[in-house]
Design a protein around this ligand. Structure first.
Ligand SMILES: C[S@@+](CC[C@H](N)C(=O)[O-])C[C@H]1O[C@@H](n2cnc3c(N)ncnc32)[C@H](O)[C@@H]1O
Length: 256
C-alpha cells in the first residue's frame, strides 16, 4: 500500500517535471519550433493555459539572444555561495519588515538573488523582478516556472525606464545604482512613479578598500546617495548602518 502511494507520488512528480520543462520551453519558445508543427503554444497542445514569455511581451525574440554560457557565469557570480557571508540576504529581507501581502519591486534583479527570497517573504503579495538584461529575465522566468513560484513576475525593462508598478509598496534596489549612468534622472522617474507612502530601499557598496564590490571610482558616497534619492522626491527615513559589512542599507519614503 505504502509502495503504491510512493509510486503514484513519483509518477505525479515526473509528470509535473515534464510539464514544467515543456511549459518553460513554451514560455520563450522560438518561432522555428512553432514552424516545426509543435503547436502554437505547448499550453494549447496540452490543454493547459499558455505561459506568457516576458521577453516576447517586451518585443524581444529569444532566438536572437547571445549564447547563454556567458551569462551563466554572471549568474553564478551573483549567486555564489560565499556571497551570503557578507550580503546576508536573509537578514536583508528580514530588515525590510514585510508583512507578507505587499507588492515589492526588485529593480535590477539580476539572477533573482533577492527576488526569490522576497517572493517567499510575501506569500500573499507579489514580487516584480525587473532587469534590462533579457537573459536575466529569462533565467528568473525559467527558475520561477520550474519551482512553481506564482507570485514572482519577471519583466524586461529599458535602461532609462524603471517601470515601477503603480501598486508597489516597496522598491528594492541592490547594487544597481552605480551601473546607472544618468542616475539623477532615473531616480526622479522612479520617485515620480511610486505611490505616496511607498518605501525605497537602497543597498550600495561603502567607500574604502573592501574585499568585495566595484572599483572605488564607480562607488557613490553615502552622502551623495542620500542627496540623489532625496532630490528625486523620496526623503531619507532611516538606515541600518550595522546590517552589512560592505554596503549601506538606506531607507527612503515617498511623502503622502
Ligand atoms: C550587480 S547586479 C545586482 C543584481 C541583484 N540586485 C543582486 O543584488 O544580486 C546589477 C543588475 O542591475 C541591472 N541593471 C543595471 N542598470 C539597470 C537599469 N537601468 N535598469 C534595470 N536594471 C539595471 C544589470 O543588468 C544587473 O543585472
Amino acid at each position: 500500500m505504502a509502495k503504491t502511494k510512493k509510486n503514484a507520488a513519483a509518477v505525479a512528480l515526473g509528470r509535473l517535471v515534464c510539464l514544467c520543462g515543456l511549459a518553460v520551453a513554451a514560455g520563450c519558445q522560438t518561432d522555428s519550433h512553432h514552424a516545426m508543427g509543435t503547436g502554437k503554444q505547448t499550453g494549447q497542445a496540452h490543454n493547459l493555459p499558455g505561459i506568457d514569455c516576458p521577453l516576447r511581451q517586451a518585443g524581444v525574440d529569444p532566438s536572437q539572444l547571445r549564447p547563454f554560457a556567458e551569462v551563466e557565469k554572471y549568474i553564478a557570480f551573483l549567486d555564489r555561495p560565499d556571497r551570503a557571508a557578507w550580503q546576508r540576504p536573509d537578514e536583508v529581507v528580514a530588515a525590510l519588515g514585510l508583512h507578507g501581502d505587499e507588492t515589492v519591486l526588485d529593480l535590477g534583479a539580476g539572477s533573482g538573488y533577492f527576488s526569490f527570497r522576497l517572493a517567499r517573504a510575501v506569500p500573499r503579495g507579489k514580487v516584480v523582478a525587473t532587469d534590462l538584461e533579457p537573459e536575466m529575465i529569462r533565467h528568473i522566468h525559467h527558475q520561477a516556472t520550474v519551482e512553481g513560484i506564482t507570485n514572482l513576475s519577471p519583466v524586461l525593462i529599458k535602461a532609462d525606464d524603471p517601470q515601477v508598478p503603480g501598486g508597489a509598496d516597496l522598491v528594492f534596489v541592490c547594487d544597481v545604482l552605480h551601473h546607472v549612468p544618468d542616475r539623477a534622472r532615473w531616480l526622479k522617474k522612479v520617485g515620480s512613479e511610486m505611490r505616496p507612502g511607498a518605501r525605497f530601499v537602497l543597498v550600495e557598496f561603502k567607500e574604502g578598500k573592501l574585499p568585495e564590490g566595484p572599483p572605488e571610482a564607480v562607488k557613490i558616497p553615502r552622502k551623495q546617495l542620500i542627496e540623489l534619492v532625496s532630490q528625486a522626491g523620496l526623503p531619507f527615513e532611516s538606515e541600518k548602518a550595522d546590517l552589512l559589512p560592505y554596503q549601506v542599507f538606506l531607507v527612503f519614503r515617498k511623502g503622502k
